[in-house]
Design a protein around this ligand. Structure first.
Ligand code: NAP
Length: 283
């Protein structure tokens, strides 16, 4: 893999570029982005070796697409139009149904592999890119049977070499499950942050009184709205379902409190402590 094109050089694209370059020092990482300033930043941070444009994709061996999911849906067919027959294209989008649908009938569908690396932070842009982000993390791979064997092998080696474990899922199952474990957590953090900001007008009070519990619970509220709005749009029906269940639980908790039913509150929390066993071993 000599010529690698990173379309999107933020947290995910930049972090992938760092790890892949480390394992493939002879590769040239070409960066493509909307704004030239972003590419300049990626160059100065050594995330990429060169700036490029979509027309340069004729020279690609590998294309990694790490831009917001609405932009991925729009751009992916054009990317496949431009690449040579031998190139592999992967995307890192947090939704999979609309992305897979966008290229289902494309003549170069077999050059594409849909992925979702389950790794990240609440930060964005080139300065957020870090080495080793994917080590020990899961990579959800969708519709692998639609990619040529040769390119499947290349992709699995590339992502295995940066420490990722592959899990295979169809796009609909991916979007359903990820709504619970990722999308709902982000909404919950955003709305918790909003509730506190709306009520505690004095930011100094928030800062002085908020313990590390609040900071860690609300951490995801620092995430980029530019990335998250299209995710909620594409996964709307699953996300609405998770929200309804979450709101039911919040309402139940409120009713228990109003009714002085502390036994029920104790039992709810005790049974939820089981999350410790489920998450044991993650980070
Ligand atoms: P990011 O740090 O905000 O980087 C995204 C980059 O995409 C930006 O640098 C931006 O560059 C570029 N971009 C934005 N809109 C674009 C458009 N319309 N066309 C072309 N480029 C555009 O975001 P990220 O966290 O790396 O996320 C990238 C992808 O990975 C998303 O699909 C996201 O769903 C997925 N993902 C994210 C995480 C996470 O935790 N953050 C985890 C797994 C997967 P410009 O400044 O040039 O606009």
């Amino acid at each position: 893999m000599k010529n690698i094109y990173a379309i999107g050089v933020g947290l995910i694209g930049g972090s992938l570029a760092i790890d892949i370059k480390k394992n493939n020092p002879d590769a040239i990482i070409h960066g493509i982005s909307r704004k030239d300033a972003t590419l300049e930043q990626a160059l100065s941070l050594n995330l990429i070796d060169k700036k490029a444009t979509l027309d340069d994709l004729v020279n690609a061996d590998l294309v990694i697409v790490s831009i917001p999911v609405d932009a991925t849906v729009k751009l992916l067919p054009t990317i496949l139009d431009k690449i040579p027959d031998t190139a592999l294209v992967v995307d890192a989008g947090s939704t999979k149904v609309d992305i897979c649908k966008a290229v289902e009938n494309h003549p170069k569908r077999r050059n594409f592999l849909a992925m979702h690396p389950i790794a990240g932070t609440e930060h964005s842009g080139p300065t957020a890119a870090i080495a080793g982000l994917f080590n020990g993390k899961t990579n959800i791979v969708c519709e692998i049977e639609k990619t040529t064997f040769k390119l499947q092998e290349k992709a699995l080696k590339l992502f295995g070499d940066i420490g990722m474990r592959m899990r295979y899922m169809n796009p609909a199952d991916h979007d359903k499950h990820i709504a619970y474990v990722s999308h709902l957590s982000h909404i919950s953090a955003f709305m918790l942050g909003k509730t506190v900001i709306d009520k505690e007008r004095n930011e100094r009070d928030i800062f002085d009184m908020a313990g590390s519990g609040f900071a860690s619970t609300v951490r995801l509220a620092k995430s980029s709205p530019e990335m998250w709005t299209p995710i909620f749009k594409q996964n709307k029906s699953n996300v609405v379902e998770t929200l309804e269940e979450y709101i039911t639980n919040l309402t139940r908790f409120k009713e228990f409190l109003k009714d002085d039913n502390f036994e029920a509150i104790y039992t709810e929390m005790k049974s939820t402590n089981h999350i410790k066993d489920i998450l044991n071993g993650i980070n």
